[in-house]
Structure formats: C-alpha cells, structure tokens
Design a protein around this ligand. Structure first.
Ligand SMILES: Cc1cc2nc3c(=O)[nH]c(=O)nc-3n(C[C@H](O)[C@H](O)[C@H](O)COP(=O)(O)O)c2cc1C
Length: 178
C-alpha cells in the first residue's frame, strides 16, 4: 500500500503532525511549497487576505508518483475557516491523479471545519467515505491527536494497528528465544 503525506505549514504545527502521521503510516512525506514568504505580521496579513479572497497561490509542481498512491493524506492549517490555500492549489493541480484523500487539519478554534472535505473530495471525483480529523491542540496533545488520526487511517484501510504489529513482533521474539 503506497501512502503519501502532503503537508503545508506556516508556523510548524502541521509539519510536526505530518511527520508523526507519515512515520506511523510508513508513508512518504511531501512538503507543499508555495515559494512565498508568509513570516511575520505582514506575511500574516497577506495570508489572511489571500484566504479571505479564496485566491489559490502558485505551488511548485509535485514530482511524486501520485497516480501510484492508494491514499494521499493532506495535513495543514485552517485559514479563515478553510484549509490553507496552498493545499487547495495542490489538489487543484493534481486532481486527476489523486485517488483518495484523508485530512488532518490544525486550527485554533473548536468549530467543525469539514467543508473542505466535501469540496476536495468533489474536486477529485471521490464519493466514498474518508478519514478526517481537526485538532485545535498544540505541543504534545497535538501529536497525540496525530497518532489517533494515523491509527484511524490504518483502520479505514484495513491495515493492522501499531498495537497489533507490536504484539505480533513481541510474540515472534519470544518464539525465537525458545
Ligand atoms: C491567516 C490565518 C487565518 C486563520 N484562520 C483560522 C480560523 O479561521 N480558524 C481557526 O481555528 N484557526 C485559524 N488560524 C489558526 C491556524 O489554523 C492554527 O494556528 C494552525 O495550527 C497553524 O498551523 P501551522 O503551524 O501548521 O501553520 C488561522 C491562522 C492564520 C495564519
């Protein structure tokens, strides 16, 4: 099973979560790069304005073999109640290559932001169920949510959970010792 975790992060939260998710899913990690400096207060204002106007920025062409991926996990922040605009650019640019998406969104508020899930699934022409989670946590708690999300993705794909894998390998180790 080939999985890619594509992330965009302005201040690092989504990057940290994406790293954990990719590791748990044994997936490749891909940074969506919009070649744009969004740092500092001016960067924040520009970003806010772009998100408000729903203007999708140019993002670097993705050279990964997306057609061969069974699942692409999108990981990024919520900007003005929608997933970050570079993530929209990535999905728009690659919509005919993406088979199935899962979504991990980082945010500050505790509101349901599932509009993006419906919209992006429509963009790639996917009508089935998908795994998504949003986390308004930070630090260790955010990483714990990322772990929960990765386990939910595994369940959705019918893959063994990390706990099952650990149990099997410890049983095998005991057998080897005998
Ligand atoms: C321009 C902008 C708009 C934002 N709008 C929202 C919002 O509507 N709702 C929300 O909960 N958080 C909002 N946030 C907060 C981010 O989603 C949150 O801090 C996120 O964890 C940042 O992720 P990152 O560190 O990966 O960039 C906004 C942040 C920025 C920069």
């Amino acid at each position: 099973m080939r999985i890619l975790v594509a992330y965009y992060s302005r201040t690092g939260n989504s990057h940290k979560a994406a790293q954990i998710i990719a590791k748990r899913l044994n997936a490749q990690l891909y940074k969506i790069d919009d070649l744009y400096n969004r740092k500092g207060p001016i960067g924040y204002i520009k970003t806010y304005w772009e998100a408000l106007r729903k203007k999708y920025p140019y993002v670097k062409e993705c050279r990964r073999k997306l057609r061969e991926c069974d699942l692409v996990v999108l990981c990024g922040p919520i900007w003005v109640k929608r997933l970050a605009t570079p993530i929209y650019s990535f999905v728009e640019d690659n919509c005919n290559k993406l088979k199935k998406l899962a979504y991990f969104m980082t945010c500050k508020e505790d509101l349901p932001y599932n509009y993006d899930v419906v919209k992006m699934n429509m963009m790639i022409g996917y009508e089935g169920e998908c795994t998504y989670m949003q986390s308004n946590k930070e630090g260790q708690e955010l990483l714990e949510d990322a772990v929960k999300f990765a386990e939910a993705v595994k369940k959705d794909l019918g893959l063994p959970s990390t706990e099952d894998l650990e149990e099997t390998s410890s049983k095998e180790a005991v057998k080897d010792e005998k």
